[in-house]
Design a protein around this ligand. Structure first.
Ligand SMILES: Nc1nc2c(c(=O)[nH]1)N[C@H]1C(S)=C(S)[C@@H](COP(=O)(O)O)O[C@H]1N2
Ligand SMILES: [Mo]
Length: 334
């Protein structure tokens, strides 16, 4: 985000073309998970079935029927806007551990080893534990959620995720009175992640939320998209999705969730404190020091001259999350 001079120009979409290798890797992971009985990671529902036809190459209807999931009952968790194509969601990524070009993660993330995987849940809680991915997947019922996704760079997508509210996990581990924040630490493995040898950021990539934000039902612990397990480039095997905040708040490939009494030191805030605040709520009224945040370009909508959309307060989730910030000066706490 700091350095934005992609070969297609900043934020310009790649040609809509499936990356065969990425698709194959995704399929293989799904099969692996199903073999270990963790089929819950991949669920689908009628809500996304039509749009999923776009990704027919990667989907085996027989398997998916057996995995039929549920839509969400969480208010705001489904938008009826047109879904961004599977191709765009899986070839236009930010995942600096695999390079800083939008096309790098789809090309490089096949080296990520997502099994075995575990997530350490620790800090100010009564029940610290290391969860295997399999246990984490089964901890609560998986839901389909269709969220808007707004990157701080000025582009957006609409993505059908699969997961459950992070709050379900938080309740299980019983936070202590002093727990005020949650820190998310993601994988830092120089052997499989070429990008962590660069010094664009201090690794590992760290993000954080205030406890009430983390407990909000829209904050999604995410295992899949488009009814498939997450492709590596989208943060396999487990990531956060916080739809009312800029995309960088949603850490990929999580290995640790830590409960703290002090505000976590987050990667982008540390790298450029005047540009990226801790809160980073989507806010069209507070510009980035180097560009406006008032509008956005929806990936997949036309070419260079497609009309930009107005960015909505809290990315359109103000009815659901506005109360979390009542009385706060959102210019100061950007
Ligand atoms: N570990 C890690 N997580 C990350 C990032 C990253 O570079 N590393 N990029 C963030 C940014 S800037 C965005 S916009 C989203 C992109 O998610 P997507 O590629 O699935 O759309 O991931 C976020 N999570
Ligand atoms: Mo982003």
């Amino acid at each position: 985000m700091l350095i934005r001079t992609g070969k297609n120009g900043p934020g310009h979409p790649l040609p809509s073309e499936i990356t065969p290798r990425a698709v194959l890797e995704g399929r293989r992971d799904l099969m692996k998970l199903m073999a270990t009985g963790v089929a819950g990671a991949a669920v689908a529902s009628w809500a996304v079935r039509d749009a999923r036809a776009q990704a027919a190459q990667v989907i085996r209807p027989g398997k998916l029927a057996a995995l039929a999931g549920v839509r969400s009952n969480v208010p705001g968790a489904i938008t009826m806007e047109k879904l961004t194509s599977y191709q765009d969601i899986t070839t236009y990524n930010n995942f600096y551990e695999f390079g800083t070009e939008k096309s790098d993660p789809a090309e490089n993330a096949h080296t990520l080893k997502t099994s075995p995987w575990s997530v350490s849940v620790e800090g100010l809680i009564k029940k610290p534990a290391r969860y295997t991915l399999e246990d984490l997947v089964k901890l609560s019922a998986q839901e389909d959620r269709i969220y808007r996704h707004r990157c701080v760079e000025g582009w957006s997508m609409v993505i059908p995720w699969v997961g459950y509210s992070l709050g379900e996990l938080i309740k299980k581990v019983e936070p202590l009175g002093g727990a005020k924040y949650v820190e998310f630490v993601t994988l830092d493995d120089p052997k499989t992640m070429p990008g962590v040898r660069s010094d664009v950021l201090d690794w590992p990539y760290v993000e954080g939320l205030r406890m009430d934000e983390a407990m909000h039902p829209l904050a999604l612990l995410t295992f899949g998209l488009y009814g498939e397990v997450l492709p590596n480039q989208d943060g396999a095997p487990v990531r956060m999705v916080v739809p009312w905040k800029y995309g960088f708040k949603s850490g990929k490939s999580l290995v640790k969730i830590r409960f703290t009494d002090t505000q976590p030191v987050t990667s982008w805030n540390k790298a450029a404190p005047h540009e990226y605040g801790f809160y980073s709520n989507v806010n069209p009224n507070v510009d980035h020091p180097r560009w406006s945040q008032a509008t956005e370009r929806r990936i997949g909508e036309g070419g260079l001259f497609a009309k930009r959309r107005k960015t909505l307060m809290f990315n359109g989730y103000e009815p659901e999350v506005g109360q979390l910030y009542a009385g706060m000066d959102l210019r100061k706490y950007f």
